[in-house]
Design a protein. Structure first.
Length: 148
């Protein structure tokens, strides 16, 4: 006859597991029997005619009929607006020996890198210039730079 393979520790672990399962079932039943604190209805929010969030539903008498064909989805069309590719700016820094510098745009105060290869006229610091922007390897560069 073989000896029982359940050791004392195995029996204790099984008792603990059954006790935890029983406690979990009791907690579950307790939650079911307890009334909820608002539930789904307390989470619903409505938007009134002024765009504010409220907890009361909107008044159906204030509802307005909207023709769906008048709704334009997307960006409004622009009138044919001619945008010049040339921008104006001032040479903020230029190093003749190294052949590069920076131009600060007059309207936005953005700085753009300029290389000597992008110059049409020789420039020095403080000169007012017109230029175009072009994507370079490391960012946006000023090209076709011309003195005003």
């Amino acid at each position: 006859m073989a000896k029982n393979q359940n050791t004392f520790n195995k029996q204790e672990n099984e008792k603990k597991r059954l006790k935890r399962r029983k406690e979990k079932l009791e907690r579950k039943e307790e939650q079911k029997s307890r009334p909820s604190e608002g539930g789904f209805d307390s989470m619903i929010a409505y938007v009134d005619e002024f765009g504010r969030l409220t907890d009361t539903p909107p008044d159906p008498t204030k509802r307005t009929k909207v023709d769906a064909s008048t709704i334009e989805v997307g960006v409004a069309r622009r009138e044919d607006e001619v945008v010049s590719p040339f921008k104006n700016g001032r040479v903020d820094f230029f190093d003749d020996s190294k052949g590069f510098g920076f131009i600060k745009e007059t309207g936005t105060q953005e700085k753009y890198f300029v290389h000597v290869n992008g110059l049409l006229d020789p420039v020095k610091e403080g000169d007012m210039v017109t230029f175009e922007l072009e994507q370079g390897r490391k960012g946006i560069n000023a090209v076709r730079v011309k003195k005003i």
